[in-house]
Design a protein around this ligand. Sequence first.
Ligand SMILES: [Ca+2]
Ligand SMILES: [Ca+2]
Ligand SMILES: [Ca+2]
Length: 456
Amino acid sequence: MIRFTGGFMNARNSLLVALAALAMGANCRNVDLPEEVTFLKGGAAASGAGIQVNLSGGTTTTESGVTATFAVSLNTKPTANVTITLTSDNTAEGQLRRTSGTCDSAGSVAVGSCTLTFTDANWLNPQNVTVVGQNDDYADGNIAYKINLTATSADSDYNGKTATANLTNNDNDTAGFVATPASGLATKDDGSTATSKIKLLSKPTANVIFSVKSDNTGAGDVTTPASKSFTFTDANWSTSQNLIVTGASTIADYKIVIDGSVASSDPNYNGITGTVFHTGIGVKNVTAGSKFIFFTSSAYSGNLGGISGADAKCNADSNKPNGSTYKAIIALSGAGGRVACTTGNCSGGPGEHTDWVLYPTTQYTRTDGTTVIGTTTANGIFTFALSNSVGGGSSPWTGLSTTWTNLYACPSWTGTSGSATAGSTGSKTDTMLDGGYGGGFGLSCSSNYPIYCAEQ
Ligand SMILES: [Ca+2]
Ligand SMILES: [Ca+2]
Ligand SMILES: [Ca+2]
């Protein structure tokens, strides 16, 4: 009987159909046809042997790993197996997923080539191929590339047939510089320093050289590198180099800006504009008569690593404005402890201190160098209200009561059980020290909060 099935009609079947039609002209009801006769759905005309690539699923991959999947099929039924080898013409931009050499959209390995096999049984079924966008560190733009398909088969109609999938791998890199921090630096008129870490945003194809300068050397200037010149190569582009500025006698804001222009044989970097050095890295030169208090940008559980761990977190924090050493305003009783007062507001004087971190009769400011928080008493504590809060709306761990005595600490600040006293960075009153959280018992040591840090 005649079978009407989906798919394409090859030349041999076309002939059989034509013969059958002649026979049917005499008596349609009594004609038998060979079972392998196949008709196209809808009666469309067949095309010759060839590889079909269906790119309707998209032609874009990205350096961030976005994939493109396309379907491969044959035009006609082959007389022998057809093996199609797919090869990326640019494995730096796009590679093929495969399993044991066979193209496999679920395969986990991205490689430069893989194969698909079509038989006389499965040739009608499109097979999916997945291409994985490859990453590089260059600002190389969106790159067009090809997946080339070549057939090998004992079927001479198919052997040597080719096709191409044209794809594009989108870039995710830009040329430029990173400065960390790029603002909020503070130097002092006693020659105190501040440091920013400099590196490139993308790998250059040639050395990148530029110089920097202060726009107000009376307030401060670049002291490291001594040459005021940076060189980044394709090997060290992502390794931070120190930019150290040193305060001078003038109390003023200043900026570190580019001196001249960026020189490189890499056209992406040569003469580049609009970088952080064109905007300028802001520094504030303030009087050495005051010190800074800030709270950390990072939040931590009650396991701070003890007092020494808390101090280390202050000194590693990105909110730290200058090159000074900082210590955490946090209390702990016992060995390795830190105590401001053993009686309310240090009624017994500064002799109540253990490893205390605020200096007596010293003005403290925010990291802007001008917003005064307050001046400590001879006992090295603030009396409330403050002139200004430390700023922001966080609840830093303190372990302090509202009168500077020790209250609840997490287990030696080395564990996460229980609760501990935490203050309020936005408060000018004694809730700076103890916000009264948890019905007075403080905040859970398993939750994360910042810490106050005081300049030494
Ligand atoms: Ca990239
Ligand atoms: Ca790139
Ligand atoms: Ca690329």
